[in-house]
Design a protein around this ligand. Structure first.
Ligand code: FE2
Length: 349
């Protein structure tokens, strides 16, 4: 924002450096005081670039978001440790519901605090913790879907528990089979598929839907899944949510044998699967949380500007973006009617 030196006020923030005959009179980021104003007048500078109030506010928001993200990262690492303890105890003995409640409760709190920043954690990866992280990430996604479906506290807790524990049977599989990079043999495939039954056995004393989620999360709407080829509509909704969250998490994660897909590819894939293999309504709710363009990725807008995707909206094609290029520094909600003429051309990689 250009401001005449005559109109400068103390406390304003300089956006660009000011030169006089190649001499830097003032550097960018300088907070203007009386002396500076006098100096500018002395050098016959008439106009300078000032950071606008709108920009200042946005910078403040971004600073706060950075702090929240750091908090979330820390909490995520602690959750990985808690999940490890929970699983080892559950396999030998019982499910510690206190730990489940604390993990699910924290996840819900963080989703409430700032779901967009929280969902960026899905790209985090802790070496050697794939199965634990898979359970946590799936729970984050399932709970965000549950919230969109209007689930109340108790239902969300149950969904969180079912999701956190759905793959617990995987821990009874030999690491050699689990980490194998080559194609699995028929026998090995059966061992892997058996994690559903193993899981249900470990969870036999838990709530019915928790046990069913372990047993049936690989069933598909068209009855082509495993272990029982049950059709989707015969399964409780919680199991169907766990199932989709599980597919989504697996696809966005890097595994030894294949690279992670871009969230845009994943959603296209889910849309194709939708109707035949997964529940369309639940996929829709997932899409409401996830922008087609991953949060944190960079895109090119039709006005030529580069922008960063910062927030999902109800329209997966039109997220909220931050433009940070040249003099432009603003946050644009592409789902807002006022911005109907602006759209995303492509992803920048
Ligand atoms: Fe599974």
């Amino acid at each position: 924002m250009k401001v005449k030196v005559l109109n400068l006020k103390e406390g304003m923030l300089l956006k660009h450096p000011v030169f006089s005959n190649e001499l830097v009179l003032m550097d960018r980021g300088q907070v203007i005081n009386e002396k500076h104003i006098e100096r500018l007048k002395h050098y016959h500078i008439h106009e300078v670039d000032i950071v606008s109030d709108k920009e200042l506010k946005l910078r403040e928001i971004k600073e706060k978001e950075k702090i929240i993200k750091e908090e979330f990262k820390k909490a995520y690492k602690e959750t990985v440790i808690k999940t490890k303890e929970l699983f080892s105890k559950a396999i030998d003995k019982d499910v510690d519901n206190k730990v489940v409640d604390s993990i699910v409760g924290d996840t819900l709190k963080n989703l409430e605090k700032n779901s967009d920043i929280f969902l960026t954690l899905l790209s985090m990866r802790e070496e050697g913790n794939y199965l634990y992280e898979h359970s946590i990430k799936t729970t984050i996604i399932a709970l965000s879907i549950g919230k969109r479906l209007g689930y109340k506290d108790e239902e969300l807790k149950l969904l969180g528990k079912a999701c956190l524990l759905h793959d617990i049977g995987m821990f009874s599989i030999d690491n050699k089979v689990l980490n194998k990079k080559e194609k699995l043999s028929e026998k090995e495939l059966l061992i892997i598929r058996n994690h559903t039954k193993e899981g249900a056995e470990i969870l036999k004393k838990e709530e019915e839907v928790v046990r069913l989620s372990a047993l049936h999360h690989h069933e598909r709407v068209d009855g082509e899944g495993y272990p029982n080829k049950i059709r989707g509509e015969e399964l409780p909704e919680i199991v169907r949510i766990v199932s989709i969250a599980d597919i989504y998490t697996a696809l966005i994660s890097d595994r030894g044998y294949r690279e992670a897909k871009d969230p845009k590819e994943v959603i296209t894939y889910l849309m194709q699967m939708s109707a035949k293999q997964v529940d369309t309504n639940i996929v829709k709710k997932l899409l409401e949380n996830m922008s087609l363009f991953a949060i944190g990725s960079y895109v090119r807008l039709n006005n030529g500007l580069r922008a960063k995707v910062v927030k999902a909206t109800e329209n997966p094609f039109r997220p909220v973006v931050d433009v940070e290029e040249g003099d432009k520094f603003e946050r644009i909600d592409l789902s807002d009617r006022d911005n109907a003429l602006i759209y995303i051309m492509r992803l920048i990689v």
